[in-house]
Design a protein around this ligand. Structure first.
Ligand code: CA
Length: 158
């Protein structure tokens, strides 16, 4: 079993703007899935932090900055939807890709309504995950230009 090191991460080198500098927080309680995601994403050059519970993830989110969150919905304790709701309430500017074994229409709608940017139903092909991460990265960079923010109200102009 892999020790759970909440990586008090090395500060990210300033000035790196390539997609390889994307910081991903994986919130997944299943060890095998979490390990596979970490290994695969690090192999692609992503900077990856894994948290096994929603509670730990929220602590980590308040201390560090991430570009994308891969969020499993079925977590023990504070589940994925609760994590999503909490981080949107905090106004954290981070893309969220929901990973879920739930494939009912209702669950997908709940996830998107709670603030997810995209979702992927397990089991998924790693190539599709990578494509969606690239898409979210592009969307993140365009967000400032396409979005008018007035206090807590956001209006997409596109
Ligand atoms: Ca799970």
């Amino acid at each position: 079993m892999q020790p759970q090191v909440p990586s008090r991460s090395v500060p990210y080198p300033a000035g790196r703007t390539s997609p390889r500098s994307t910081r991903v927080l994986v919130i997944e309680d299943e060890q095998k899935v979490a390990d596979a995601l970490r290994e695969g994403l690090e192999g692609e050059g992503y900077s990856v932090v894994v948290e096994r519970t929603g509670e730990q993830a929220l602590v980590h989110l308040s201390n560090g900055r991430f570009d994308i969150i891969l969020l499993d919905l079925m977590l023990p304790g504070c589940d994925g939807l609760a994590v999503l709701t909490a981080l949107r309430r905090e106004g954290l500017d981070v893309r969220v890709l929901v990973l879920t074994a739930r494939d009912s229409l209702e669950d997908r709608v709940l996830g998107l309504d709670a603030g997810a940017d995209d979702y992927l139903v397990k089991p998924f092909a790693f190539a599709e995950l990578l494509a969606r991460l690239r898409a979210l990265g592009r969307r993140g960079r365009m967000a400032d230009a396409d979005r008018l923010v007035v206090d807590t109200l956001e209006i997409d102009r596109v």
